[in-house]
Ligand binder design. Sequence first.
Ligand code: SAM
Length: 305
Amino acid sequence: MAGYATLRANTVAAETTDLAAHGTHGVLYVVATPIGNLDDLSGRACTVLREVDTVLAEDTRRTRKLFHRHAIPTPTRPFHEHNEREQTSRVLAWLLEGKRFALVSDAGTPLVSDPGYVLVREARAHGVAVHCVPGPCAVTAALSVSGLPTDRFAFEGFLPARHSRRLHALGKLADEPRTMVFYEAPHRIVDALADFCAAFGEDREAVIARELTKRFESVVRGRFGDLLAQARDGRIPARGEIVVVVCGSEASPDDEEATDAMLRAMLDEGVAVKQTAAVAARLTGRPRNLLYRRALALEATRTRR
Ligand code: SAM
C-alpha cells in the first residue's frame, strides 16, 4: 500500500506542478482535445488549459465551446494554417520572455494533419520546453475499433483531391504490407473508394469509421467493392468525419517475383503492356492498374537492355 501511496502522491504532484515546475521559463504544451465527444478532454488537459497564459487555437469559436463545457476561462488566440508562420515568430518571442502557451487544434491531436509543426520545431530549436498532453486522435481511435492488424501501421493523412493524383498516390501504396490509415472528406468518399478499388483491388479489406465518439458513430468493415456499393447507394452516408483504414497487402516478395516473371515472359513474347496487365490481373487477382504500372516499368528496363 505504501508503494501505491507514494506512486499516487507522485502522480498527483506531476499533475499539479506541471506549470509550477517551469517557474519563469516559457513553456509550450501541445494538448489533445476531443474528436467529437466533449467529455473526452483529459483531467490533465483541463488543468493545463486553465493554467497557461494563452491557448493557441485553430478555430477560437470552436475551442470556446469546449472551454465553456469545462469552465476554462483562458484567453485564446487564433493559430491556423494561414497564419502559422507569422504567429510562430510572435509566440516564440513571448515564450522566450517566459509566457506559457498551450496549442490545440479543432479536434484531436495538434500536428496530426493540423497546424503546429513550425511552432514546435522553432520552440525546440530555441530551447523552449515543449510538453505533450496526449489524448484523442482519429487515427488511433479508428485503428482501435477497426479489427484490422494494428501491430504496424502507416498514417497517410489526406489523399490528393484530384482523381489522377489520388490514383497515382494510391498506386504507390498498393504493395504496402502495413495497415494504412487515411483521412477523407465526406463529399469525396465515393470517388475515393472507386480509386481504392482500382488501386488496391475490390477484394482488399477496409474499414470506414465515421463520426467516432459522436451520436451517429459508425464503423463498417468490408471489401472495397462492397464498401463502394454501400457508399454509392447511401448506406454509408457521405456526411460527417471519416477515417478509412485499409488492410495491408498480403503479397509476399515471392509473389512479387513470380508476378514479375509472368509479366516479363509475356512482354518478351511481344504481348502489349495493356494486354499483359489484363492477363496477369486475371491470373493473379491483383489490381490491373498496379500490374499495368509494373509492366510499364519492366518494359522500360527491357527495351533499354
Ligand atoms: N488532428 C486530428 C486528429 O488527431 O485526428 C485530425 C484533424 S484532420 C484536419 C480532420 C480529419 O480527421 C477529418 O477530416 C476526419 O478524416 C478525421 N476525424 C476527425 N474527427 C473524426 C471523427 N470523430 N470520426 C472520424 N474521423 C474523424
